[in-house]
Design a protein around this ligand. Sequence first.
Ligand code: ZN
Length: 233
Amino acid sequence: MNNALVLFSGGQDSTTCLAYALQNFSYVETLGFDYGQRHVIELDQRAILRTKISALKPEWAARLGQDHTLDLSILGKISDTALTSEMDIKFNEAGLPNTFVPGRNLMFLTFAAALAYRRHVTHIIGGMCETDFSGYPDCRDDTIKAMQIAINLGMDQRFILHTPLMFLNKSDTWQMAEDIGGHALINIIQSDTHTCYLGERGALHDWGYGCGKCPACKLRSEGWLMYKNKLPA
Ligand code: ZN
């Protein structure tokens, strides 16, 4: 079955994954999570992005199926992090920022698989990335591979978890979007995706909207500069 479910938050990475899925699979559904994130604005961008991306190519429009959103607000309630409550972003001694939401990707993948089970979808696609992973242990390749085994054993299925951005940096991710959808896709990602942890969407910079100071904005803007200037990482 050449069908896929994309974990689609409305950020740069998951939007690139959506384009990747539309290029590589014959039928694609999307899934977003409301987990009490401060940047909940990203969820509002999802419908806009789906409409604009599917309009880029007729075959993409034909392949794009249903959208789903799941309420995982319990995650925000049990976590004490700068991503889910009003506090300054800080780093612990091991370099892990307090934007890390423990269990987030583990829960996301488990719920994605539960939905994929009901929808008879085989391939699950996520934008997890080990290169620019901000120290998040649940973005590592080994974590995702372990989840694939656990989910398949626990649900007696043969889901395949794809992470096309796993070994790319943010500059490579911009380049991948250009390779898949050209400058039309780059323009959509620039103006309609949301990355900023603080939910800031005041001024449009050439790399997109955001405060320009939080770790997510820094990664995104530095990656954009590298991509634009074709600098080696
Ligand atoms: Zn920001």
